[in-house]
Ligand binder design. Structure first.
Ligand code: GDP
Length: 429
């Protein structure tokens, strides 16, 4: 796993907030699933016993809700945080992904241009494998070169295609905490940016523009993000000025170049895209060397000192800036994912419960009326109805009190997680 300095131990927690929230909301929905299953079973039984108390439509609605809750539970277990990397070919996107994973997972460098979308996520089985779009077949991946071969030669891949790379969770903290990292073909190689965004980016929580610190932001890179922000409201965008190790060759220009890049990147985020404030931009733009970080982390894995290779002047500063980026990134992606994924589920859950309660109340009232009408009739029938009433009352109470409590609990948790975000938005407004 990625070793971090002691100082960063407590900083590495934002991702775990997502995991905890997911566990909690999952537990709540499993409870709701039990309640709804219980309710629908009792109603099915009662419908047989007393057909004039519950009608078919009500019964069908409850059964529909049961499958809806099941659907939400399934989506919930698949929910993850998603980060998408963009930039021109060879700016170092694959290297950044690898540096964050702390290992050479994706092929990078000359001859390994990423020519399709690659989504790296944690493997449930502990094995490394890939799955191409539209296929269920798990192709075994033993190594990076194997992966590169599979991607380049075994099948002619379309640039729009998405290949899932499943990598053992125990090898990387990000994957363990449910982050999926998406590498893309260079924004300079395609005229189909809209399709890309619709197909792979609409649900991304964070976008990372991997720029080249040795040149300025290009029109193609800017255009891509203009399109993204026209489709998504205030996307979370980070800009990495990669290859900052090159600045070591010209230390006399370092401050000046950094200042210029910083101003341009800030203008782009604040004035052009209007996705954040100038203060926020300061924690969205970083100067890094992905290659150095990757090298250092691979060394660390082998038990060697991170800086034992030949490294350019200023390595430690750049390494620390990369860690700072990772921390801001983790905070941002966790907040965004909690908001976009769980708030929606929580609202759906609450709506569903309200609808079920309405049906239960209608049935309960009808049952009371029946008791009155048939009151003069046989004692035996009345006893049966009383029993039904009792059951319904229990059910309604259970639904009203217990389920409301749990959904309020979800809302409470989500709204706590949202507080910071809302404050941030106020600042923006
Ligand atoms: P991609 O096409 O954007 O995915 O770029 P790659 O990650 O494949 O990187 C292209 C080349 O740039 C590779 O040879 C990398 O080793 C190199 N590279 C990536 N990041 C850096 C960096 O920070 N500094 C230097 N000097 N080279 C880098």
């Amino acid at each position: 796993s990625r070793r971090k300095p002691a100082l960063d131990e407590k900083l590495s927690s934002p991702l775990q907030v997502f995991g905890q929230a997911k566990k909690q909301i999952n537990g709540i929905f499993v409870n709701i699933q039990d309640y709804v299953a219980n309710a629908s079973e009792r109603m099915t039984d009662m419908n047989i016993e007393c057909p004039d108390v519950i009608n078919e439509k009500e019964l069908k609605s409850i059964l529909d809700y049961r499958s809806k809750v099941k659907g939400i539970c399934e989506v919930l277990t698949r929910d993850h945080m998603k980060v998408a990397f963009f930039g021109r070919t060879s700016n170092g996107k694959s290297t950044v992904v690898n540096a964050m994973l702390g290992d050479k997972v994706l092929p990078s460098g000359i001859g390994h241009t990423t020519n399709c979308f690659l989504q790296v996520e944690g493997s449930q089985t502990g094995e490394a494998y890939l799955v191409t779009e539209g296929s269920k077949e798990k192709q075994n991946v033993e190594s990076v070169s194997h992966l590169a071969h599979a991607l380049n030669y075994e099948k002619q891949l379309n640039e729009k295609e998405l290949v899932h790379v499943y990598w053992p969770k125990d090898k990387c903290g990000l994957l363990r905490d449910d982050v999926a990292l998406v590498d893309s073909p260079g924004v300079d190689v395609t005229p189909h940016l809209d399709d890309w965004i619709d197909a792979h980016c609409i649900d991304a929580d964070v976008f990372v523009l991997v720029a080249n610190a040795e040149s300025t932001l290009m029109i193609t890179e800017k255009n891509f993000f203009h399109k993204v922000s026209s489709k998504l409201s205030k996307p979370n965008i980070f800009i990495l000025n990669n290859r900052w190790d090159a600045s070591a060759n010209e230390p006399e220009f370092l401050d000046q170049v950094r200042k210029q890049h910083m101003e341009r990147a800030t203008d782009f985020l604040v004035k052009e895209l209007k996705v954040c404030t100038a203060e926020e931009a300061a924690s969205r733009v970083f100067f890094i060397s992905a290659k150095e970080v990757l090298q250092a982390r691979v060394q660390e894995r082998k038990g060697l000192a991170p800086n034992s290779g030949a490294l350019a002047e200023g390595f430690i500063t750049r390494y620390k800036e990369f860690e700072e980026f990772e921390h801001k990134f983790e905070e941002c992606i966790s907040k965004s994912a909690i908001k976009t994924k769980f708030l929606n589920h929580s609202q759906q859950g609450k709506h569903l419960i309200d609808e079920i309660c309405k049906i239960m109340e209608t049935i309960f009232k009808r049952s009371l009326e029946q008791t009155k009408i048939k009151g003069a009739q046989k004692k035996e029938y009345q006893e049966k109805l009383n029993f039904t009433n009792q059951q319904l009352e229990n059910l309604t109470n259970m639904l009203k009190i217990k389920i409301r409590n749990v959904t309020d609990d979800v809302e409470d948790k989500v709204s706590k997680a949202l507080n910071d975000e809302i404050r941030r938005l106020y600042v923006l407004v």
